[in-house]
Design a protein around this ligand. Structure first.
Ligand code: AMP
Ligand code: ZN
Length: 494
């Protein structure tokens, strides 16, 4: 790749040359969805953006040399509330336990998420761990933090809590550049009396009977306190990143990587996660493992907005991925996944996107001009590699692919280069699938048109051709070489 890969690092606020700690095991962690409800198209943005990065890293370092972890957050108070809302009756009459109700909510949401992101052309990450499958790992890190003087046990209005002590970390605030003193001085909310510092955050919290919980006990200042409870929001990512990007693979890492224990290459997510989520992940991981860095590069995608406001569940201005793909809720029609994907990539990942029907139409028009149904087993064109190497400049990459598409339309020998390049963005257009029923219906109309032409009923014949064209089906007339008779073939154009 000419000049190497450059990525904008939120930690240093500048574009940096990307150098993996171990190029034979490039390590990427991205915060995944909270599965209390179907994902909206704003949530699709980080999934698509980091899928492009994953593809680029696989291309650069080798497909089997990149470990990509994207977690599933399946413990959260919103999930609990949803389980009580949807299954409260069954929980009350004893036909369902709280845990079963929670699994019912998260299981359905998670499988819909997988279906959605597959429709958007995203590769599966190497690992997709659920928070609830990593509770022992979280408890271990929390105890380490207690042992090292970075956490304490306190009792608040809802019972016992283990809290992270922000004052115990000299450079707390390194990612968001928020200074602890400013937070203290500016704290408008009354400090909860059990917190040593208003910025201290929950690592573990006692659960009531109506809340999900796990048995745990923590030792602080020689006293062991059993706390049946649940993790705070941030600890899961510290635990899962360390398990899959260090603990389980450390034996096969290079000596240089072994000399930087518990650190990995890239951590990503949306802009809203910089504070507090990523700041607190850094605090937990750096303090527990006595490191200066958790990940070398921190990347954040901008918001997908509607009329200038971030699309979010709480604003109520959201369209789910599934609604966009499978219903007529947005713009009165369904949209193919590849159109949504291209529409996202037509803006640089750090810029906000104002989402509109116009934008989807623009992406669809562009895709329609690209050759469909080709695979390329050649190296992608240098123009697209260069564009992506510049902090994932997908805007320039889309332009480069469009130029390759035009060249391929004029010269079929370039189809493979086009397809391999488009595949790097994950936007290689597919040929439309035609069902047997549609195929039979179209063939009947094509035969009818041939009859009309034989009868010199040209107006009717042309009408059939035009009606089919309006439905995206193009007819091509030719001659049978032996009989000289007219033969008509057809194909589905998008
Ligand atoms: P959540 O399920 O809310 O935790 O979000 C999952 C991911 O989607 C996180 O990386 C968020 O930063 C990201 N995200 C949420 N809303 C938007 C949005 N409107 N635009 C871009 N990214 C978003
Ligand atoms: Zn996270």
């Amino acid at each position: 790749m000419a000049g190497g890969l450059k990525l904008y690092n939120t930690l240093t606020r500048e574009k940096v040359d990307f150098e993996p700690i171990d190029p034979d095991t490039v390590r990427l962690y991205v915060c995944g969805p909270t599965v209390y409800d179907f994902a909206h198209i704003g949530n699709a943005r980080p999934v698509i953006v980091f899928d492009v990065l994953y593809r680029l890293l696989r291309h650069t370092y080798g497909a089997d040399k990149v470990t990509y972890v994207r977690n599933i957050t399946d413990v959260d108070d919103k999930i609990n509330a949803r389980a009580l809302r949807d299954f409260g009756g069954q929980i009350a009459d004893g036909s369902m336990s709280l845990n079963e109700a929670i699994r019912a909510v998260t299981g359905k949401t998670e499988s819909q998420f997988h279906e959605d992101v597959a429709s958007l052309g995203c590769l599966k990450p190497t690992h997709e761990p659920r928070a609830t499958d990593n509770i022992p790992q979280m408890i271990t890190i929390i105890q380490r933090l207690l042992d090292m003087g970075h956490a304490y046990v306190a009792t608040g209005s809802e019972g016992h809590e283990v809290l992270f002590s922000t004052a115990s970390m000299a450079d707390y605030g390194m990612l968001s550049k928020r200074k602890l003193e400013d937070q203290q001085a500016g704290a408008r909310v009354a400090v909860e009396s059990h917190k040593m510092n208003p910025a201290d955050f929950v690592l573990w919290k006692q659960s009531a009977d109506t809340e999900p919980g796990w048995p745990a006990s923590f030792t602080f200042e020689k006293t062991t306190t059993p706390i049946y409870g649940r993790p705070g929001w941030h600890i899961e990512c510290s635990a899962m990143a360390d398990r899959y990007l260090w603990e389980e693979i450390k034996d096969r890492l290079s000596p240089k990587a072994k000399a930087k224990p518990h650190q990995f290459d890239i951590h990503g997510g949306g802009l809203d996660l910089i504070f507090p989520h990523h700041e607190n992940e850094i605090a937990q991981s750096c303090c527990a493992f006595d490191n200066d860095l958790m990940a070398t590069v921190w990347m954040h995608n901008g918001f997908l907005q509607v009329e200038g406001r971030k699309m979010s569940k709480s604003e109520g201005n959201f369209v789910t991925i599934n609604e966009l793909l499978a219903t007529e809720k947005f713009g009165g029609r369904q949209w193919p996944g590849e159109v949504l994907r291209l529409a996202m990539l037509m803006t640089h990942y750090r810029e906000p996107i104002d989402f509109s029907v116009k934008r989807l139409e623009e992406a669809e028009r562009l895709l329609a001009k690209w050759p469909a149904g080709y695979a390329g087993d050649v190296t992608p064109d240098a123009s697209i590699l260069e564009a992506l190497a510049d902090d994932l400049n997908t805007v320039a990459a889309v332009q480069a692919i469009h130029a390759l598409a035009q060249a391929a339309n004029a010269d079929p020998s370039k189809l493979s280069l086009f397809a391999a390049s488009a595949a790097l963005l994950g936007v290689a257009p597919k040929k439309a699938e035609v069902s047997e029923d549609l195929s039979a219906a179209v063939q009947a109309l094509v035969d009818m048109r041939l009859e009309m032409l034989k009868a010199k009923n040209f107006a009717e014949a042309d009408k059939i051709r035009d009606d089919l064209a309006a439905k995206g089906i193009q007819l091509k007339d030719g001659k049978d070489k032996e009989t000289g008779e007219r033969v008509t073939t057809w194909e589905v154009k998008r």
